[in-house]
Structures are given as C-alpha cells and as structure tokens.
Design a protein around this ligand. Structure first.
Ligand SMILES: O=C(O)CCC(=O)C(=O)O
Ligand SMILES: [Fe+2]
Length: 427
C-alpha cells in the first residue's frame, strides 16, 4: 500500500487510526498549535512561530552557550573562531542553563501538536557559523543511518539567536517538499519512506527567521542555508525531536546521565533515552513468521539459549558526529555466527549486560528468503522464551522479543553507514 501526494503525517494517521498506533497518550488539554498553525505545518512542511521565546529565556541560554567553546566536532586544521560551522552537540546539553530550554512548554507543546505524540529529543545542537562560514547546499535530513534522522516521524525545531537574513545567511525551505509517501513493508513490521525528490532551486522560500522565533520543520522538508557574509556570528539552537511511538530505527543517540540531571526531575521526560552505562554490545532478534505468530532465533549451546550477539562498534564510515548506530558490527557478527546479513535492522531496546548495555535490533526474515539454518537453532515465541527463562543467557531476552513484537510502535528501517553511503533506500 503506497500513497503519494499526501503529507507523510496524514498518511500515517490515516493508516494508524483504529489500527496499531495510539499516539499522544499524555496530550495536555491545551494544544501548543491552533488548527490553522497545524494545518499550515502539514501543508507546507514547516511552521514559524514568531517571538516564541522571551528575551530572558534567550539570554539565559545564549550566556550559557557562550561559556562553552563550540568545538565538539573535529575541524581539521582549523581553530575557533576561524570561518566555519562550529557546534555544541553530543552531550553538550549537560548544563542546566542549556538544558532548560528543551523542556520549556514553548518548545515542547508546539512539537507535541506537530508530532501528534509525546516529543522526545533526538538531537541537541547549538550552531555558531562564524563570519565567512560556508552555507549548506539543498538537502533533507531523513537519514536511515543516523540516530538523529531515522525515526519515521520527527521534526527539526530551530530557534535563531540572531536574524537569519541575507547578511548572516538565510535558512530557506521548499513548501510541500515533505510529501514523501510512507508505506508498510510487505514482509516485516517496519515502514518504508519513498525516495526523496530534489526540488528546483527556485522553489526555496525565505521565511525571514528572526531571533527568538521557533521554526518547526518536517523531517523530509528540503532546506538550504546561506553563508555568513556578516561580521557577527550566526548562532542558533537546532534541535530534533521524534514522536515517542516512532523511535529512531538506529536506536537513540546515547544521552548520558549528566544530561538527564541537567534537565532535572521536571524536564527529563523529554529524553527518550539516557543512561550512565555505555553501550558495550549488540544483540539480534531474527524473527520468522509462523502461522501462530513470530518466532525469534536462539542458539542452544551447553543447555543454554542465547540470542545472537555482536560488539558495539563505532562504524565511522560516514563522518557524522552522532553515535548509536551499531548495525554494521552486529551484521558482521551475524554473517559469521549465523551466515546471514540483514539488509536493514530496526532498534528494539537497550538492556543491561555486565557494566554496560546491549543494544538490541530486530529483523524479520521474509518467507521467500533462503532462511537461517544453523546448528543449535531454536525458534521461540515471546511466551516460549519466557517459559524457558532459566535457560536464557540474556535474562531480558523474552522481554526483548515482546518489545520487538509490540504493535503500537511505528518502526523504520535502519542501515549501516556504509549502506547509507551507497544508497540508503536500497532496502
Ligand atoms: O545552518 C543552518 O541554518 C541549517 C542547518 C541544517 O540544515 C542542518 O543542520 O541540517
Ligand atoms: Fe539540514
């Protein structure tokens, strides 16, 4: 079932209504956008809320941002503030005076309305494009290999800290370019996004973003940024948020416990994931569909049942700053252990193992595949795995199978960075 020429969100809603998804469980009685704003967001793929943040809020954030050098990405041969785009990202939000803005209702409530669900942070970033810094060519940011791009429903939320004008560099959007069809995979419980269509240069419009505005931008909307020809720094808050029921297919960027603490007891609900533990291994849930439902592959050895596992390797095939996609290393391990290399995988959860976490990914083997045939193979449903709890080497294995089989989440297809380089839409 593929539908074209409808806003992606409208398609998801149409399909999910009365079926699997129950978004916005904790929606407040006052939505953050009125009907006209929401309609405009779905029609155009972006929405500007003028003066969304007051000066005191902007000043608190900006003062904190200035106290941290924006140098958390390697800029080979350059020193801040040489011309370029300098950033505070990764776990830089671990400062209460940066974190607070992420949990402010001026931020969360419009996003809750736009995403029609609880909004969860997938990226925190502060950009400082220094004088002479280059702009960005036209692109969209749906990226199947990125923790900050692989959810099936996410939006950019941008707060300029100066006017994004001709001199500092406009940020321009193509209205309607977010209309990318989403369709369910015929063989697996994941969704597919159609290939992006590159718009013409003359389709970009300048929304005249000013300090303190909030721009909410659909995950598929094409945009481009001008170079900084002014003598001041072009700064702004660039954050990405996904619907709680549509997690990143690669798994979340691993926000640490300092970030959670900086958000405080009242603010930490905006995180989909944070942990003091590092991700130290990976696990695969390889499922086959039987008449009674899905069964997942365990390997029996010495009277114990184990899900296939692998290392947590930082792949580095694409020089993105975000971490959390461990699919390449897991697939390499699967190719050896079970002689199978899934073309995509989709995040299930993170489970305590030793002092770290194992990031679990699911894949369903289609009926037309050669299939997995390996010594010691035992295929179990979630209930069968739970019943054999004493034999499981991963105590959480039955819970992970049940999590993979949840029908109330919308999952995407994640690929390794190397596959993303070749063609992220190949599978
Ligand atoms: O620099 C800008 O204004 C745009 C940034 C952007 O497109 C991005 O970070 O994906
Ligand atoms: Fe972008």
């Amino acid at each position: 079932m593929t539908m074209l020429q409808e806003p992606a969100h409208a398609i998801d809603h149409a399909i999910s209504a009365g079926k699997t998804v129950a978004p916005g469980a904790n929606r407040p009685s006052q939505p953050g956008l009125d009907g006209a704003q929401l309609a405009s967001f779905h029609t155009n793929g972006f929405l500007i809320i003028r003066n969304a943040f007051d000066e005191a809020t902007l000043d608190r954030f900006e003062t904190a941002a200035r106290s941290h050098p924006p140098i958390d990405q390697v800029m080979v041969g350059k020193q801040y503030p040489a011309p370029g785009r300098w950033t505070l990202a990764r776990n830089a939000m671990a400062d209460p005076d940066l974190a607070f803005i992420m949990a402010r209702p001026e931020m969360t409530e419009p996003l809750r309305a736009a995403l029609d669900d609880d909004p969860k942070i997938i990226m925190f970033a502060y950009y400082d494009r220094t004088p002479g810094g280059a702009g960005l060519p036209p692109h969209n940011d749906y990226k199947r290999w990125r923790p900050i791009g692989s959810s099936m429903r996410w939006a950019f939320a941008i707060v300029p800290l100066c006017d994004f004008d001709e001199a500092a560099g406009k940020l321009e959007f193509v209205p309607g370019s977010h209309r990318v069809a989403h369709s369910p995979d015929p063989y697996a419980p994941v969704w597919n996004a159609a290939r992006a269509q590159r718009p013409d240069e003359d389709q970009f419009v300048d929304p005249e973003l000013k300090r303190g505005d909030l721009a909410i931008v659909d995950m598929h909307t094409w945009h481009r940024a001008g170079m900084n020809n002014s003598s001041h720094h072009r700064t702004g808050l660039f954050t990405k948020w996904c619907a709680a029921s549509q997690p990143p297919a690669t798994g979340w960027y691993p926000f640490n416990d300092e970030v959670r603490q900086a958000l405080g007891a009242q603010g930490q609900h905006v995180l989909g994931f944070s942990s003091p533990r590092p991700i130290t291994s990976t696990t695969a849930l390889l499922e086959r569909l039987q008449p009674d439902g899905g069964e997942v592959l365990f390997i029996e050895r010495d009277g114990k049942l184990s899900l296939p596992s692998g290392p947590a390797v930082k792949e580095g095939s694409i020089p993105d700053w975000d971490e959390g996609n461990y699919i390449a290393g897991l697939c390499d391990a699967l190719a050896i252990e079970v002689r199978t290399r899934p073309t995509w995988m989709s995040y299930v959860g993170d489970y305590a193992e030793g002092d770290g976490l194992s990031r679990a990914y699911g894949y369903r083997v289609p009926p037309h595949a050669w299939g997995i045939h390996v010594k010691g193979a035992v295929w179990l449903s979630a209930a069968q795995a739970a019943a054999r709890g004493d034999e499981l080497t991963q105590a959480w294995a039955a819970a992970a199978v049940a999590e993979w089989q949840r029908a109330d989440l919308v999952r995407g297809k994640a690929v390794s960075e190397a596959t993303g380089r070749a063609d992220q839409y190949a599978c």
